[in-house]
Design a protein around this ligand. Structure first.
Ligand code: IPM
Ligand code: MN
Length: 379
């Protein structure tokens, strides 16, 4: 991953700790959550501790039991003062949210989306990177073709909750679901994408993904801002694609992409497709970023209730989320060490990245990554 713009607060901290010689420490809020969340978080924490031992970083983990079980027991999602507690940390590490006994929407909205919104994590950064030796359903494409990043707007659009019912429950019912797009929100997202692209320094191309041919208010705004902000980045190639066409290109020509920027809903959809071409939900990670605040890192897949408690789920996505968290905290070298270990495990060990088909248990995969992190494996 490319170096990112850092929280000025963090920068200060890094500088201070380098002059004091090593032994940095980070406060990490951990929300294991539902289903397989706790199983994958356990492995992620194990790997972070290993990397911490090797690079002399201390992680102070605070665990939060938020999720379906707590909700069913107490009726509470995030307890009072919970968001304030999160703010006392350098980053948040989340497993999964979603419980089969809780009506869809409650936990997602009251935990996951609430954190994204209240901590103003306005970017959802989702790398789509195929590692060597990982199977992709796209024939004739390899790691050199599948390596891009989706910058998904994370606080607005259809997710902002605009709309409502009229005459609910009657035959004349009306349901309105509005997409909220603010100039401010669109601009900061697009600017982030350009900055990120520049630092990533690969193909130097940003593709705006939208639907200008039909959704002519929202995407008119996005397009205008993209053109305007784009002028400040003459070194970066600009492109536009409709979201439906992008679904086609992800499969046919994934090598065309470098950095994609899009709204919340389209970003949600296309990153599931992205996850599949990089080898599946077993490896796909993302970061909910507030460049000036507290960011949250999570595997992008769900809580996988049918695999819960079986020790068969792939923890690599969660481990990669931990890697992104380190990168974001400015710990590039330790992050690289995790990536190398993950690549080695994918290349030399796992039969598949899918739950139950890896040839190893969840714990064993975590142990392998840990071992290679400790050994400092080179590829
Ligand atoms: C994701 C998930 C969430 C989203 C759900 C669980 C609210 O699908 O992180 O992509 O739609 O953003
Ligand atoms: Mn999703």
């Amino acid at each position: 991953m490319a170096k990112q713009e850092k929280n000025p607060k963090k920068k200060e901290k890094t500088q201070k700790s380098t002059t004091q010689k090593k032994s940095k420490s980070y406060r990490i809020a951990v929300i294991p959550g539902d289903g397989t969340g706790p199983e994958v978080i356990r492995e992620g924490v194990k790997v972070l501790e290993a990397v911490g031992r090797r690079f002399n970083i201390k992680f102070n983990f605070t665990f939060f039991d938020w999720g379906g079980e707590r909700y069913l027991r107490t009726g509470e999602t995030i307890p009072e003062g919970g968001i304030e507690e999160l703010k006392k940390h350098d980053a948040i590490y989340l497993g999964a949210i979603g419980h089969p006994q809780v009506k869809p929407g409650i936990l997602e909205k009251e935990i996951l989306l609430r954190i994204r919104f209240e901590l103003d994590q306005y970017i959802n950064l989702r790398p789509v990177k195929l590692y060597p030796g990982v199977w992709t359903p796209i024939k004739d494409k390899g790691p050199e073709d599948i390596d891009f990043v989706v910058v998904r707007e994370n606080t607005e659009g259809l997710y902002a909750g605009g709309g409502g019912f009229l005459r609910k429950g009657t035959p004349y019912e009306v349901a309105i679901q509005e997409s909220i797009n603010t100039r401010y929100g669109v601009e900061r997202c697009i600017r982030f994408a350009f900055e990120y692209c520049r630092k990533r320094n690969k193909k130097k191309k940003v593709t705006l993904v939208g639907k200008t041919n039909v959704l002519t208010y929202a995407w008119d705004l996005w397009y205008r801002v993209f053109e305007e902000v784009g002028k400040e980045y003459p070194d970066i190639e600009k492109d536009y694609a409709h979201v439906d066409a992008v679904c086609m290109w992800f499969v046919k020509n994934p090598e065309w992409f470098d950095v994609i920027v899009t709204d919340n809903m389209f970003g949600d959809i296309i990153t599931d497709l992205g996850a599949m071409i990089q080898g599946g939900m077993g490896i796909a990670a993302g970061g909910n970023i507030n460049p000036n605040g507290v960011s949250m890192f999570e595997p992008i897949g769900g809580s996988a209730p049918k695999y819960t408690g079986k020790n068969v789920i792939n923890p690599l996505a969660c481990i990669c989320a931990g890697m992104m968290m380190l990168e974001w905290l400015g710990e590039g070298e330790p992050a690289k060490a995790i990536e190398k270990a993950v690549i080695k495990v994918c290349r030399d060990h796992l039969k598949s990245l899918s739950a139950g088909k890896m040839g190893y248990s969840t714990t064993e995969v975590g142990d392998l990554v840990t071992k290679y992190v400790e050994e400092g494996v080179e590829l």
